[in-house]
Structures are given as structure tokens and as C-alpha cells.
Design a protein around this ligand. Structure first.
Ligand SMILES: *Cc1c(COP(=O)(O)O)cnc(C)c1O
Length: 409
């Protein structure tokens, strides 16, 4: 009998060892791992640079309270700002994506207090989008628009309003004198691999400027090279300047760490930086950004930069699209996403399913039997999230398994 709370429906596989894009189970089976911890193992399992950084740091200093100076935290924040966002700003470190999003939401609340509406009342509402996923804390769950995530947890934290993604009219109508920000995933991961259109993202930016709102990006799944660009938004609007961004997943390569960044841009005529609103005492985390987590993330970011892994993500996307299009397979109706966050939209009539097993889950289980680990995104989309350093041969092998599995239906 399990003593673990049964919040996850688990696959019957026990992973015991990983190396690069490969995973071994307790029965000795070897899999190609295109789930990769749901986009977490960004540089593959047990990358030598990452295990070395963790081993060295853990035998030097694992943890030190945020009440003291932590040079590795400074170093990591500098790399994120100078090499990744390339927009002046400041970073807060958390332990997960949901916590990073909670921090962004708190920043929007502070902003709404610093910039009240014309009747002098603080603004507090954040607009988010149907099919979004922002996490499982009370704050990030309320930001998440999917009703299945809310079920049985009412009442939700107030201060959110949901509109359809890429719907300019609905978004315009949703902005009011209590709106403080607009928060979105450039590519919705859990919600089905749905991309924002460049036109819509530019419109969000324009609307934020017009109404003095924060442009808040959740890049927990799509950020840090995955889309074939270092920042997820750059795959759609390279010149965009967001106000806040959250990350987790890829950042630690499997070690738990999250972060949010806030721009230094002035929010008023006296030049108050947005980042100054989250001042001493406004937020905190005991573990957040401890020396061990920062050493791990520094190793991951260094590998993403020095091996140009965003370029590999773009390269592999082209290879995958070309090959799958050449199949003209009746089971695949579309490929959505960018880089190595790809969703194969499935034809539900061409794949077996039943009440408990929608087509995407059925395909996922069949691929698993054939040696390829993947993950669904919704009921009719198969998602691929391989490590960013996946090789041509590994992609070819996975494509082969996918084709043979689809042909077998
Ligand atoms: C996974 C995910 C989260 C939540 O991250 P956790 O680390 O599980 O808290 C938030 N936003 C997006 C877009 C995600 O994919």
C-alpha cells in the first residue's frame, strides 16, 4: 500500500538511471526520454557538467540563509539578466514554477498599489487566458483558467479574469479600471501546445502601454532555449520588452529552482523602477536561490549558452516538421509549437481511445511500450519535450518509433 498521496495517475515505470536523452527502468528496459521531466531535464539526464557542479557545491556549502550574502545568487542573476533577458532588471529565486508565478502576481499587486486608478483605488486584477496553466498554489491555480484545476477548491483567490487566447476583441473588452496586468504563456504547454500569434502578442504589448498594465510572461515551460530562441517570446516578437518573466523547469536541469525577473523600467515620472516595488520584507523563500540550487542552474545556463542549444532546438524542429510532413499520416492533423516544445495534433478517429484513455494518452502508452517516453497535452495532442541537446540520431529514432506506432493502429 502506497503512503504517497495519490495526486498523480502514474505510469507503471520505475526509472532507475538516466544518461542524456536515455532513461532505464527497474526491469532493465531502455527508453528515449522525450518527456524529460516535462521539459525539466534541459541538458539531458546527469550531464557531467551539472553533476560536477552539484557534487562540488554540495561538499562546499549547500545552504545559507537569504539573510546572508550569497555570491552564487548574484552570479546567476547577472547571467540571467546579461545573457538571457538582455533587458535591465532584477531576479528573485524560488523553488518551483508556481512559486515564481506567485511572485509575479504579487509584483502586479504592488504595481496596482503604486499606480492606482483614477478614483485612487489600487488595481489588482490580472487577465489570464483560457487553457492556461500557471501552477498549483492558491495564487497560480487562480491564475490558471482551466476549470478542471479548480474543481473542489472554491472559492478561488479573487483578482483574475480569463479570456480566450489570441482574441483581440475579448481582451480589449476585459480591461477595466481594476486591471493591473496581463499574464500569458507564449506557448501554452499543459493546455495543448497553443501558440500566441505575433499579432496578438504585439497587441497585448500595445494594450499594456496604453492602459499602464504589466506585461507578465510565464516562461516556466517555454523559456531558456526551448523554443529555438533564448526567450520564448522571441519566437514570436523578438523586440518585445516584457515587465516580468517567470522560469523554472529547464533552469535547474532537474534540480529544483524557479525564478522571476522584473524590469528596471520606470513606472512614473520620478523614475521609480518597477523592480524597486518588491523591496526588503515584501517577499521571501527559505530555500529559494540557495548556493546548491544556484550552482546547478549556473551549470545549466552555461551549457545552454556555450553549446548554443537554442540553435539545436530550432534545427531539430525543422528536421521533425520535414519528416512528419513527408508521412502525410492520417493520424496527425497538425504540428504546433516551436523548437523542442512541439505538439502533434491527433486525429481522434485514427487512434484507439476509451472513456479513461483519450487518444493522446493511448498513443503515449503505446509509444512507451515501444521505447519512447512522451507526455500528452490535453486529450488530443501528443507533446515532445526532449532535452535541448538531443542528437539527430535520437530524433530519427523517435520519429521511427512514432511512425511505426501510428502505423500499427
Ligand atoms: C509546470 C508549469 C508551471 C508550474 O511549475 P511547478 O514547478 O510545477 O510549480 C507553471 N507554468 C507553466 C507554464 C508550467 O508549464
Amino acid at each position: 500500500m502506497s503512503h504517497v498521496l495519490a495526486t498523480y495517475a502514474k505510469f507503471p515505470i520505475t526509472a532507475v538511471k538516466g544518461e542524456g536523452a536515455r532513461l532505464w527502468d527497474s526491469e532493465g528496459h531502455c527508453y528515449l526520454d522525450f518527456c524529460a521531466g516535462i521539459a525539466t531535464c534541459s541538458i539531458g539526464h546527469c550531464h557531467p557538467a551539472l553533476t560536477k557542479a552539484i557534487a562540488e557545491q554540495s561538499s562546499t556549502l549547500m545552504h545559507c540563509s537569504n539573510l546572508f550574502q550569497i555570491p552564487l545568487q548574484q552570479e546567476l542573476a547577472t547571467v540571467i539578466v546579461d545573457e538571457f533577458t538582455k533587458i535591465p532588471g532584477k531576479v528573485f529565486f524560488s523553488n518551483s514554477g508556481a512559486e515564481a508565478n506567485d511572485g509575479m502576481i504579487k509584483t502586479a499587486r504592488r504595481f496596482g498599489h503604486a499606480r492606482p486608478n483614477s478614483s485612487g483605488k489600487p488595481r489588482y486584477e490580472v487577465i489570464t487566458f483560457n487553457n492556461s496553466f500557471h501552477g498549483r498554489t492558491l495564487g497560480s491555480m487562480a491564475a490558471t483558467a482551466q476549470s478542471k484545476i479548480h474543481q473542489g477548491f472554491d472559492p478561488m483567490l479573487p483578482g483574475f479574469r480569463y479570456v480566450p487566447l489570441n482574441d483581440i476583441e475579448a481582451l480589449t473588452a476585459a480591461v477595466s479600471d481594476i486591471t493591473a496586468g496581463i499574464m500569458l504563456e507564449p506557448i501554452q504547454g499543459e493546455g495543448g501546445v497553443n501558440e500566441v500569434t505575433p499579432e496578438f502578442l504585439n497587441f497585448v504589448d500595445k494594450l499594456c502601454k496604453e492602459h499602464d498594465l504589466l506585461l507578465m510572461l510565464d516562461e516556466v515551460q517555454c523559456g531558456l532555449g526551448r523554443t529555438g530562441t533564448l526567450m520564448g517570446w522571441q519566437a514570436f516578437c523578438p523586440d518585445l520588452k516584457p515587465d516580468t518573466i517567470s522560469w523554472a523547469k529547464s533552469l535547474g536541469g532537474g534540480f529544483p529552482i524557479g525564478a522571476f525577473w522584473t524590469s528596471d523600467r520606470a513606472i512614473d515620472d520620478s523614475g521609480t523602477p518597477l523592480s524597486s516595488l518588491m523591496n526588503a520584507g515584501s517577499h521571501g523563500s527559505t530555500y529559494g536561490g540557495n548556493p546548491l540550487a544556484c550552482a546547478a542552474a549556473l551549470a545549466v545556463l552555461h551549457e545552454i549558452q556555450s553549446s548554443d542549444l537554442s540553435a539545436n532546438a530550432a534545427h531539430q524542429e525543422q528536421r521533425i516538421r520535414k519528416e512528419v510532413q513527408s508521412w502525410n499520416h492520417p493520424a496527425i492533423v497538425d504540428i504546433r509549437g516551436k523548437g523542442l516544445l512541439l505538439g502533434f495534433a491527433l486525429n481522434p478517429d485514427a487512434i484507439p481511445s476509451d472513456q479513461d484513455t483519450p487518444p493522446a494518452l493511448h498513443l503515449c502508452k503505446s509509444l512507451m511500450k515501444n521505447g519512447l517516453l512522451t507526455v500528452p497535452a490535453g486529450t488530443e495532442t501528443l507533446r515532445w519535450l526532449p532535452p535541448l541537446n538531443v542528437s539527430d540520431n535520437e530524433i530519427d529514432e523517435a520519429l521511427n518509433i512514432l511512425k511505426n506506432t501510428l502505423d500499427s493502429f
